[in-house]
Design a protein around this ligand. Structure first.
Ligand SMILES: [Zn+2]
Length: 430
């Protein structure tokens, strides 16, 4: 993508930097901030009066299904959905087909992320060949090729010896390891949270220990190896406690939580609706309270969507047969702004920190700040006009979401990546 010049007039900026004024962008970077900045001839102007300007949002956990399942999503549609949701940087998971576990496939994917992505699309490489094997990939080589880090997301690393060797190798390569935490011997054939709701619906459940027992193992191994261990989509109260203890003990651990685990619980599943089927599953009220508290007190560092688009065919059927996962890029900010910031559980700067500045800092991504010298990655929001979540307005190919029809605040007006308008509500109309 090419960088360019832009002047944003009348910006009301909220985030780690808070100010009112104009923002001058030259060659993709912020070069001046002030009041009534003069506009050079030929420079396009965006008038942000009445809107709120935030640092571009960062999502370290998305699934773009490309290559291999492009009926579900592509790098082009997924990254456009990201832009529509206010995200300027995302990190894609490697559970695509083929799994990029060799240099040729990985190089092709990295090139396609750059070529087709309308926002910055970074890449997780797999930890092991084909995700399910115990053969480690070449961490040093893949890191040099430009991956952010390593993850087998979609499946947990089942064997402790494999995980310990992987952590040592990933740490030596100077990269983080992001874990999908799931003990398959405990999971069985579960399709939702184990407990009274699953019993009532007659559906097989997954216990909290499916996640927390493997997390306990991983945190012990992370302490021993020194790796930066990133815990994906934390869903249980036991996991929040384990991460709190590990952080207190000095383990290099970061953790993410999804909007759906913050906002929904298993009691919201009143019938056989696969839009409530995700992995990890929606948990109990006590678990949801624990992950919310974990995000508020910083035990859980950041929000990540786990954006998981599917075709209608794959997501149709029943809770037993449908695919796991929901889309999230085009609803995450609005849902959390509406439910947390507008209800005074969290300030807007805190939400910006959890969705931009903190994930950027945790993974050394050049994002999360609106200051002179920073890349001009920004999102401009209308925070005042309510609207209904409508999948007809989405750029994602996936429409699998339990939030369709909800009334929210926080509509993206413009998303700017390296000074370029990659989403403009005025031009695109939705
Ligand atoms: Zn996962």
């Amino acid at each position: 993508m090419t960088s360019q010049d832009l002047m944003i007039k009348n910006a009301h900026v909220v985030g780690p930097e808070t100010f009112n004024g104009d923002i001058r962008i030259q060659n993709g970077r912020i070069t001046a901030i002030g009041t009534d900045l003069p506009v050079a001839a030929g420079t396009p102007v965006y008038d942000a009066a009445g809107r709120t300007v935030l640092p571009g949002l960062v999502d370290v956990h998305v699934h773009f299904r490309d290559p291999g399942q492009t009926a579900k999503e592509t790098i082009a549609t997924g990254s456009k959905a990201a832009a529509h949701g206010g995200f300027t940087t995302v990190v894609a998971m490697p559970n695509v087909t083929p799994v990029p576990d060799n240099a040729a496939d990985l190089a092709a994917l990295l090139a396609k992320n750059k070529q087709a992505g309308v926002v910055h699309v970074h890449q997780w490489a797999p930890i092991t060949d084909a995700l399910r094997s115990d053969r480690l990939v070449d961490f040093e080589q893949f890191k040099k090729m430009g991956v952010l880090g390593f993850s087998n997301d979609g499946v947990g690393v089942q064997h402790a010896a494999t995980m310990m060797a992987a952590m040592a190798g990933v740490h030596a390569a100077g990269a983080p390891l992001a874990a999908h935490i799931e003990d398959e011997s405990l999971r069985g054939n579960g399709v939702m949270n184990a407990g009274p709701v699953a019993d009532k619906l007659g559906l097989p459940g997954m216990s909290n220990q499916t996640e927390s027992s493997q997390l306990a193992r991983d945190l012990d191994l992370a302490a021993a190896t020194g790796v930066h261990y990133h815990a994906c989509h934390i869903s249980t109260r036991q996991s929040v406690d384990l991460i709190r203890q590990a952080k207190a003990a000095g383990v290099h651990v970061t953790a993410e939580v999804t909007p759906h685990h913050l906002l929904l619980e298993d009691t919201d599943i009143t019938g056989d609706d696969p839009n409530f089927k995700m992995n990890p599953p929606l948990r109990s009220h006590a678990d949801r309270q624990a992950v919310v508290q974990g995000l508020l007190d910083g035990t859980l560092d950041m929000v990540a969507t786990d954006h998981a688009p599917h075709t209608l065919a794959d997501k149709g059927g029943t809770m037993r047969t449908a695919a796991f996962g929901i889309v999230g890029l085009e609803t995450a900010f609005a849902l959390l702004y509406t439910r947390f910031v507008r209800s005074d559980r969290m300030s807007l700067p805190e939400l910006v920190a959890r969705m931009s500045t903190i994930p950027a800092a945790a993974f050394n991504l050049p994002a999360g700040h609106i200051q002179i010298g920073a890349p001009a990655d920004l999102t401009i929001m209308d925070l005042d006009t309510p609207y209904q979540i409508d999948s007809n307005t989405w750029f994602s190919k996936g429409v699998n979401s339990p939030f369709i029809g909800e009334t929210v605040y926080g509509r993206t007006q413009a998303t700017i990546v390296a000074g370029r308008l990659v989403y403009d509500q005025q031009k695109e109309g939705h």
